[in-house]
Design a protein around this ligand. Structure first.
Ligand SMILES: Nc1ncnc2c1ncn2[C@@H]1O[C@H](COP(=O)(O)OP(=O)(O)O)[C@@H](O)[C@H]1O
Ligand SMILES: Cc1cn([C@H]2C[C@H](O)[C@@H](COP(=O)(O)OP(=O)(O)O)O2)c(=O)[nH]c1=O
Length: 205
């Protein structure tokens, strides 16, 4: 008997938008349906990917090196985690995927989007998420949330212009691929967002 392929769900948004807050909740929603759920993240998701994450998040580097490393991490993640899981019918929730490269390396750092498109076509020509949930908030809200919580990594220390451009690129892609993206107004309360997420995840078959 052939197993139906699993679903690939990605969470996106600028730092502080509230993505991590909701991943566990969504994972539980999927698992409650009796579906095997694999929760992962990028950069990272594999032992090698986590080493690359450390470099990408903490070492200064040329913007193209940064793009190549996030895609190297992604290649490993797809080969070791995402594809095997989807093939056995598990669902995968990844905290970020290629839309983050468009937003951060493209929008934020200004790397030519054609180069990112080229890397995406090389690394995952066939694979795109079935569903991408974009947590969208104004910069000031994201910043206030981050400042209240933790020590900031290399990206989180970037200036307002960087995040403005990253947010705009996310919104541009959401408008370009409306069938894949669901945009959440992340200024709402956590409870209101959960209700919306339950509806979105519940509708995914
Ligand atoms: N809807 C919300 N309302 C108020 N605070 C929130 C909301 N969502 C997240 N937060 C808080 O904002 C901070 C950043 O959230 P987090 O989920 O870590 O963001 P991200 O993963 O998008 O960077 C956390 O302290 C979290 O508790
Ligand atoms: C996947 C990916 C992430 N990033 C950045 C965005 C984030 O600032 C950072 C790590 O993301 P994230 O997991 O959101 O960090 P945290 O756990 O601290 O909330 O990596 C890129 O620049 N390009 C990419 O392709």
């Amino acid at each position: 008997m052939t197993v139906p392929r699993g679903k690939f769900i990605t969470f996106e948004g600028i730092d502080g938008a509230g993505k991590s807050t909701h991943i566990r909740y969504c994972a539980d929603l999927v698992a409650a349906r009796g579906i095997e759920l694999v929760s992962s993240r990028e950069p990272g998701g594999t032992p090698l990917g986590e080493k690359l994450r450390e470099l990408v998040l903490h070492e200064p580097m040329h913007l193209e090196t940064e793009a190549l490393l996030v895609f190297a991490s992604r290649r490993e993640h797809i080969a070791q985690v995402i594809e095997p899981a989807l093939a056995r019918g598990a669902w995968v929730i990844s905290d970020r995927f290629t839309d983050a490269s468009f937003a951060y390396q493209g929008g934020g750092r200004g790397l030519d989007l054609i180069k990112i498109e080229t890397l995406a076509n090389w690394v995952h020509p066939e694979l795109w998420p079935d569903l991408t949930i974009l947590f969208d908030v104004p910069l000031e809200v994201a910043r206030a949330r981050l400042d209240a919580t933790r020590e900031l990594d290399k990206f989180e220390q970037e200036k307002a212009d960087f995040f403005l451009a990253a947010r705009n690129e996310y919104l541009r892609r959401a408008a370009q691929y409306p069938e894949r993206f669901r945009v959440i107004d992340s200024t709402q309360t956590i409870e209101a967002i959960r209700l919306q997420l339950a509806e979105i995840i519940g509708a995914l078959r």
